[in-house]
Design a protein around this ligand. Structure first.
Ligand SMILES: *[C@@H]1O[C@H](CO)[C@@H](O)[C@H](O)[C@H]1NC(C)=O
Ligand SMILES: *[C@@H]1O[C@H](CO)[C@@H](O)[C@H](O)[C@H]1NC(C)=O
Ligand SMILES: *[C@@H]1O[C@H](CO)[C@@H](O)[C@H](O)[C@H]1NC(C)=O
Ligand SMILES: *[C@@H]1O[C@H](CO)[C@@H](O)[C@H](O)[C@H]1NC(C)=O
Ligand SMILES: *[C@@H]1O[C@H](CO)[C@@H](O)[C@H](O)[C@H]1NC(C)=O
Ligand SMILES: *[C@@H]1O[C@H](CO)[C@@H](O)[C@H](O)[C@H]1NC(C)=O
Length: 580
C-alpha cells in the first residue's frame, strides 16, 4: 500500500515536471580574435577558464560571424538571420551605432531567442553590451531596448565601449567627427564670409536676412557640435539597469567585477527555474581597461590584461554553475562578435587589438580573420568533452539551437538562416547543414562559401577585397578600419576563389589551371548567391544616415543633483544592494 502511494507520487511528480530544459549561458567577447584564447593556439595569453570550457566541451574551428562588425553581427546572433534581412546592414560608411541617441535599432517585429525562451518560461537577462538601438521617437519609447526584445532584466551598456568613453584616451571618434562635421562647416563658414564680402562690395545682391539666417545656422551647428564633443562621454557612455540610467558617465573601475557580480547574482536568483543569461562583455574593445588585480599582469600589455580579466570572469560564472549543481543542466557558449581589430595600434605602437592567428585580415572585412571567431559549447554529460569540429558553423546557429532545447517552435513566417548545432555536436551529423554561407560587408555581398555535400572542400569566392595599406600590411591602417565600397576596394571578376579547407590563409587564389572545375564551381556558387539574393525582402534601413545620427531629442540624461545642465549620476552602490 505504502509503496503504491509512493509510486503514484513519483509518477505524478514525473508528469508534472517535464524533462528539465537546460539553462543557457551565452558569453560573448567584443573584438576578441580567434588567435587569442589558449585553446585556439595562443601560448602567451593566459585564458585558463576559456580553455577549461574547451577541454570539457566542443571547440568549433570554423565558427563564423554573420558579419565582421558589431551591430550587424549581434543582430544576426539574436535573430538567427542575416543582418540584411533585418535592415541592419548599410550601404554607407558607418555600419554600427555610435550614439545612444540615434533612432535605428533591431526592429521589434524581429523575434530574438530571448523572446522565444521567455515565452517558454525562462528567466532572461542581458548583462553587458547591447549595441542594437534604444529609442525611436522620444526618450521613453525604448522601442529597441533589450527588455522589448525578450530580456526580463538588462544591466549594461546600451551602445558600445569607445576610446572616447575613457578620460584622456578619446581621439578616434572625435577625429572622425571632425573630418565629417567640423571641416565641412569651416568650409561653409569661409564660403559665407566670401559671399558677405562680395555683397558688401555690391558685386552680388542677396537680402540681408538670408545672410544673418545662414550665419546663425552655421553658428548653431558649430555650437551644438562643440557641446557634443565636450559632453560626449556622459552623453554616450552610460550604464543602464532596465530603463533607468545607473551610472553616467560609466566608470571603468571594477567594471568587469560589477558585470560578473550581476551575472552570478542572476544565476543564483534563478537556480530553481530555467534561465537564459547573455553575458556580453565590454572587453576587449578599446578603450582597454582592467582592474588592479589584472593591470600590468599579462605579457601583452593592456590588451592582454583585458583578455585575462575577461577570462577570470568566465571562470567566476563556471564556478557558480558548479557550486549550485547546475553544470549538467546548463549549456554554455563562448564566442566573440567578430575577428580582432588589427588596426588598433596606439600612436606609440602598442597593440590594442588582438590576434586572428594564422588568418588574413580582421574586423570589418571578410577575409577569414574578420569572421572566424572562437566558438565553444560546453554541457557536461550532454556534449562530449574535448571534441573539435572543423565544419562551417555560424553565430546565427545559436538561435535555432537554443530554441529547440527550450522546446520553442521556430517562427514560420520568416527565413531563419541559422541551423541547429546539436546534431553536428552530438555526432548525428558529420557534415555541416550550411551548404552555402553568405558573407556581407555591410549591405554588400562580399563573399560566398560553399561546402558541397559529400566533399571535404570548402570553396570561398570573394567578389571584392579591401585595399590594405600601407603596402603589404594586414589591414587598412590609414582609415583605421576597412570600408566596403568605392576606391577602398578592389573588384574581382571572376571572383577570387580559394579552397579554405586546404588554404585557410587565403594565400593562393585558384585559377582554371590550378582548379580544372573552376568555372563549374563558380557557376554553382553564383547561382546560390542569386537564389539567396532573390530571397531578400525590402525592409526599413535601420542604419541609414538618418537612423544613426545623434538626435538631441533622443538623448537620455540622468540629471545631476549638484550641477545644472549636466548629465551625471551614480546609482551603482544602491543598485548592487538591490541585485544582491
Ligand atoms: C513617446 O512615443 C511613444 C510612441 O510613439 C508614444 O506612445 C508616447 O506617448 C511618447 N511619449 C512622450 C512623452 O511623448
Ligand atoms: C574595486 O575593487 C577593489 C577590490 O575589491 C576595492 O578595494 C575597491 O574599493 C573597488 N572600487 C570601487 C570603486 O568599488
Ligand atoms: C600599470 O602600468 C602603468 C604604466 O607603467 C601605470 O601607469 C599604472 O599605474 C600601472 N597600474 C597598476 C595597477 O599597477
Ligand atoms: C597571442 O595573443 C597576443 C595578443 O593578442 C598576440 O600578440 C600573439 O601574437 C598571440 N600569439 C599567437 C601565437 O597567436
Ligand atoms: C553530471 O554528469 C556526469 C556525466 O553524466 C556525471 O558523472 C555527474 O555525476 C553529473 N553531476 C551531477 C552533479 O549530476
Ligand atoms: C537555386 O534555386 C533553384 C530553384 O529553387 C534550385 O533548383 C537550385 O538548385 C538552386 N541552386 C543552388 C545552387 O542552390
Amino acid at each position: 500500500m505504502k509503496v503504491g502511494v509512493f509510486l503514484l507520487a513519483l509518477l505524478w511528480e514525473a508528469r508534472s515536471q517535464p524533462a528539465r530544459r537546460p539553462n543557457i549561458v551565452l558569453l560573448m567577447a567584443d573584438d576578441l580574435g580567434v588567435g587569442d584564447p589558449g585553446c585556439y593556439g595562443n601560448k602567451t595569453l593566459r585564458t585558463p577558464n576559456i580553455d577549461r570550457l574547451a577541454d570539457a566541451g566542443v571547440k568549433l574551428t570554423q565558427h563564423l560571424a554573420a558579419s565582421p562588425l558589431c551591430t550587424p553581427s549581434r543582430a544576426a546572433f539574436m535573430t538567427g538571420r542575416y543582418p540584411i534581412r533585418l535592415g541592419m546592414a548599410t550601404h554607407f560608411r558607418v555600419g554600427v551605432y555610435l550614439f545612444s541617441a540615434s533612432s535605428g535599432g533591431l526592429p521589434t517585429s524581429e523575434v530574438t531567442f530571448a523572446k522565444l525562451l521567455r515565452n517558454q518560461g525562462y528567466s532572461t537577462a542581458l548583462i553587458g553590451k547591447w549595441h542594437l538601438g534604444l529609442n525611436c521617437h522620444n526618450t521613453t519609447d525604448f522601442c529597441h531596448h533589450p527588455v522589448r526584445h525578450g530580456f526580463d532584466y538588462f544591466y549594461g551598456l546600451p551602445v558600445t565601449n569607445l576610446r572616447d568613453c575613457k578620460p584622456g584616451e578619446g581621439t578616434v571618434f572625435s577625429m572622425a567627427y571632425k573630418t565629417m562635421v567640423f571641416f565641412p562647416l569651416q568650409f561653409l563658414g569661409v564660403a559665407l564670409f566670401t559671399l558677405a564680402v562680395l555683397r558688401f562690395l555690391r558685386l552680388i545682391r542677396v537680402p540681408l536676412g538670408i545672410f544673418i539666417g545662414l550665419f546663425l545656422l552655421v553658428g548653431l551647428i558649430l555650437a551644438l557640435f562643440l557641446c557634443f564633443l565636450h559632453y560626449f562621454r556622459p552623453l554616450n557612455c552610460f550604464l543602464m539597469r532596465n530603463y533607468e540610467i545607473s551610472q553616467q558617465p560609466m566608470s571603468y573601475e571594477n567594471l568587469t567585477q560589477r558585470l560578473t557580480l550581476e551575472a552570478t547574482g542572476f544565476i543564483r536568483r534563478n537556480a530553481e527555474k530555467p534561465f537564459l543569461l547573455f553575458l556580453s562583455y565590454i572587453h576587449v574593445h578599446t578603450a582597454l581597461f582592467a582592474s588592479k588585480d589584472f593591470a600590468n599582469k599579462s605579457l601583452h600589455g593592456p590588451y592582454g590584461d583585458a583578455v585575462e580579466e575577461m577570462d577570470w570572469s568566465v571562470g567566476q560564472v563556471l564556478n557558480v554553475l558548479h557550486e549550485l549543481g547546475l553544470a549538467n543542466d546548463t549549456l554554455v557558449y563562448f564566442t566573440s562578435d567578430q575577428g580582432a581589430h588589427v588596426e588598433e595600434v596606439t600612436p606609440k605602437g602598442q597593440m590594442h587589438g588582438g590576434s586572428n592567428g594564422i588568418y588574413k585580415g580582421g574586423k570589418a572585412n571578410n577575409w577569414e580573420g574578420g569572421i572566424r571567431i572562437p566558438g565553444i559549447l560546453w554541457w557536461p554529460g550532454r556534449i562530449q568533452a574535448g571534441l573539435e569540429i572543423d565544419e562551417p558553423t555560424s553565430n546565427m546557429d545559436i538561435f535555432p539551437t537554443v530554441a529547440k532545447l527550450a522546446g520553442a517552435p521556430l517562427p514560420q513566417d520568416r527565413v531563419i538562416d541559422g541551423r541547429d548545432l546539436m546534431p553536428l555536436i552530438q555526432g548525428e551529423l558529420q557534415h555541416s547543414d550550411h551548404e552555402f554561407l553568405f558573407h556581407y560587408c555591410n549591405a554588400y555581398l562580399n563573399a560566398v562559401r560553399w561546402h558541397p555535400p559529400n566533399s571535404k572542400s570548402i570553396w570561398k569566392i570573394l567578389y571584392f577585397t579591401p585595399k590594405f595599406n600601407p603596402e603589404g600590411a594586414n589591414g587598412c591602417f590609414s582609415t583605421h578600419l576597412c570600408f566596403c565600397f568605392g576606391d577602398y576596394i578592389t573588384h574581382h571578376d571572376p571572383p577570387l576563389m580559394f579552397d579554405v579547407s586546404r588554404d585557410p590563409q587565403e594565400r593562393d587564389p585558384l585559377t582554371p589551371t590550378t582548379e580544372p572545375r573552376f568555372h563549374e564551381i563558380l557557376r554553382t556558387m553564383q547561382e546560390a548567391a542569386d537564389n539567396h539574393t532573390r530571397s531578400l525582402r525590402e525592409v526599413p534601413n535601420q542604419l541609414s544616415p538618418w537612423n544613426i545620427v545623434w538626435k538631441p531629442w533622443l538623448q537620455l540624461c540622468c540629471p545631476s543633483t549638484t550641477s545644472l545642465l549636466s548629465c551625471e549620476c551614480d546609482r551603482e552602490k544602491q543598485g548592487q544592494r538591490i541585485s544582491n
